[in-house]
Write a protein that binds this ligand. Structure first.
Ligand SMILES: [Zn+2]
Length: 79
């Protein structure tokens, strides 16, 4: 069984990564002040994406739920 907290953090990371890619795509046809505003948005979303990746890694490391066999061991302890 998948760890629900890992799934939640992975979903969040995936959403921020998609938003980051979309914001980068928005840089294509802009210039001047609009480009500066979009670049700020890209940087803001990149920070959120970095934070989401770190939160996922931190949970996986502390909980050990991403390593093969560990989830099975945890289930056996609960059972
Ligand atoms: Zn976990």
């Amino acid at each position: 069984m998948q760890c629900p907290e890992r799934t939640r953090r992975l979903d969040h990371f995936e959403r921020t990564a998609r938003a980051y890619a979309e914001a980068i795509g928005g840089l294509r046809d802009l210039q001047g002040y609009e480009l500066i505003a979009q670049e700020r948005l890209v940087n803001h979303i990149r920070e959120a994406c970095d934070a989401a990746a770190a939160a996922l890694a931190e949970h996986q490391q502390s909980h050990g739920c991403a390593r093969a066999g560990v989830a099975q061991n945890l289930e056996n302890k609960v059972a």
